[in-house]
Design a protein around this ligand. Structure first.
Ligand code: FAD
Length: 302
């Protein structure tokens, strides 16, 4: 069996694997797609000490770093079940069952898409999901934020300090964000809020140049010219497969303590699949390190 088996090969999983392997223990990593979300990311400017990189390049460096160590990499394999017996058992979609003394779950998350024409086509060409990451690319421009919940309104407030104008588009008749956020938003001079609006299409040529929506009260279609669209309608953790095994929040995030431990002894978690605050590369890597050290601590005590 493995000493530490990492499930997920994004920044959190790669970091956990390196930290575990450096303890000289038998380490494996199972990943559906090594690299994770950064494979879909163009420019990265907030991975501290690296002024600029691109997702696929960072993913290649992660893999190279993991390969410096004796880590058993099982890429393009998907875990489908976790069971705690004497050891922790992980069943893969291909039927294989892997056993390990400790497991680190780092299966990440995905942004919920609006699913309108133009969204996929203009991803990274004006359609963005992370204001902390991509906000500065839209300096001086007009952008829309789709979604009037807490993350949408936080994004709008954040972006209003960088871009020329922000238009918030909310499907429901009113914003759902906390009132303190709404008050802050309404105090800003360069924000427009449109409620009861169903996004119809994101338009563009090479990059985004507009958005159209339907006013749900009148059924009329409207068009706004702008250069960017931030989709903020939720982040979905990849944890469905843990239903009934590991304790999760109502939103499906794995609940961890400050050592990365879950409710199951020997099962740790890190990164975007957990209830940790803020979902970023540097934060995922830090939590991967925490979980690996937590798992090592567990191993020397058991
Ligand atoms: P992920 O990167 O999601 O990796 C999850 C891993 O688990 C993948 O290998 C996946 O294939 C695997 N997996 C999932 N389910 C299973 C399963 N059942 N079995 C086996 N493997 C599984 N952050 C920044 O800091 N700066 C940025 O500029 C930035 N830009 C971004 C741009 C975009 C378009 C997106 C989508 C995100 C961006 N982020 C950015 C956020 C950042 O990418 C994430 O916070 C980070 O990748 C999270 O790392 P993670 O390892 O927790 O999860």
């Amino acid at each position: 069996p493995f000493d530490v088996l990492v499930i997920g090969g994004g920044p959190a999983g790669a970091s956990a694997a390196v930290y575990a392997a450096r303890k000289g223990i038998r380490t494996g990593i199972v990943a559906e797609r090594f690299g994770g979300q950064i494979m879909d990311t163009l420019g990265i400017e907030n991975f501290i000490s690296v002024k600029y990189t691109e997702g696929p390049k960072l993913a290649a460096s992660l893999e190279e770093h993991v390969k410096e160590y004796n880590v058993d990499i099982m890429n393009t394999q998907r875990a489908k079940r976790l069971e705690k017996k004497d050891l922790v058992e992980i069943e893969l979609e291909n039927g294989a069952v892997l056993k390990s003394k400790a497991v680190i779950l780092s299966t990440g998350a995905r942004w919920r898409n609006v699913g309108v024409p133009g969204e996929a086509e203009f991803k990274n060409k004006g359609v963005a999901y992370c204001p902390h990451c991509d906000g500065p690319l839209f300096e001086g421009k007009h952008v829309a934020v789709i979604g009037g919940g807490n993350s949408g309104i936080e994004a709008a407030i954040d972006l209003a300090g960088i871009v020329r104008h922000v238009t918030v588009i909310e499907f429901l008749p009113e914003l759902k964000a906390d009132s303190v956020l709404q008050e802050r938003l309404h105090s800003l001079p360069n924000v427009t809020v449109i409620t009861n609006a169903q996004t119809k299409e994101i338009h563009g040529n090479e990059t985004v140049n507009g958005i159209s929506y339907i006013d749900r009260a009148t059924n009329e279609e409207h068009h706004i010219e702008l250069e960017g669209v931030f989709v903020q309608i939720g982040l979905v953790p990849n944890t469905d497969w843990l239903e009934g095994s590991v304790e999760r929040t109502a939103r499906g995030e794995i609940i961890i303590d400050n050592h990365g431990a879950t409710n199951i002894p020997g099962v740790f978690a890190a990164g975007d699949c957990t209830n940790s605050a803020y979902k970023q590369i540097i934060i995922s890597m830090g939590s991967g390190a925490t979980a690996a050290l937590g798992a090592f601590d567990y191993l020397i005590r058991n």
